[in-house]
Design a binder for this molecule. Structure first.
Ligand SMILES: Cc1cc2nc3c(=O)[nH]c(=O)nc-3n(C[C@H](O)[C@H](O)[C@H](O)COP(=O)(O)O)c2cc1C
Length: 182
């Protein structure tokens, strides 16, 4: 798949069909993510990889959070549907530098670029994904689960798997709406 096609046809898929994402492919996705631009070569991204054989741990944690009230009960049905067919998940974080807000901001931006690399590379391999910042997946109560170091913060979790449904492509703004030509 060429880059233009990958960019245009990648969609956020929020229902998965149970297809396991091979561990070797997850390693490739992480490696490709690390080719994202980053200012001053800080390489601020970190990846917590939940392989296909361990993906059942995430629904367990979500069930526990629903049971103890950390997550509101009205979200239960949707969350259980989302995690039911997961093929893998990767939480992406970045190493914080609170004492240097400009660097911290740029490092967050670089980690976001890494997420997009990861999702495009997954798409090119026929694997669906979506980026979530929901507390259900990257709440503070899940820092230990994802093994975050104390100086890291979540950028989000990328949920991965086979697409269970097609998602519509929605963009309401064209080039003329978003670009100024100087
Ligand atoms: C930073 C970021 C955070 C997101 N967090 C969530 C989320 O928590 N829950 C969710 O359902 N979708 C989340 N999304 C996905 C978007 O809401 C949306 O579904 C998606 O961008 C749709 O467009 P696409 O198919 O072109 O990706 C997030 C996207 C981004 C970029």
């Amino acid at each position: 798949m060429d880059v233009d096609t990958a960019i245009r046809t990648r969609r956020s898929h929020k229902l998965f069909d149970g297809t396991a994402v091979p561990t070797a492919m997850l390693a490739d996705l992480v490696e490709l993510a690390t080719w994202a631009p980053n200012h001053k070569r800080t390489e601020p991204w970190r990846f917590s990889v939940l392989t296909a054989d361990r993906v059942g741990l995430l629904p367990e944690r979500i069930d526990a959070a629903l049971a103890d009230g950390t997550l509101p009960a009205h979200k239960a049905t949707k969350l259980r549907q989302v995690v039911a067919g997961l093929g893998a998940a990767i939480a992406v974080s970045w190493v914080r530098t609170p004492a240097d807000p400009e660097r911290d901001r740029e490092d967050y931006a670089a980690a976001c670029c890494a997420v997009q690399n990861l999702m495009l590379a997954a798409h090119a391999r026929g694997i669906a994904s979506y980026w979530t910042t929901s507390g259900a997946f990257v709440g503070a109560h899940l820092r230990d689960f994802w093994q975050l170091a104390p100086n890291e913060e979540f950028v989000g979790a990328v949920l991965l798997g086979g697409a269970a449904i097609e998602m519509p492509a929605v963009r309401t703004r064209g080039v003329a709406d978003v670009a100024r030509w100087i």
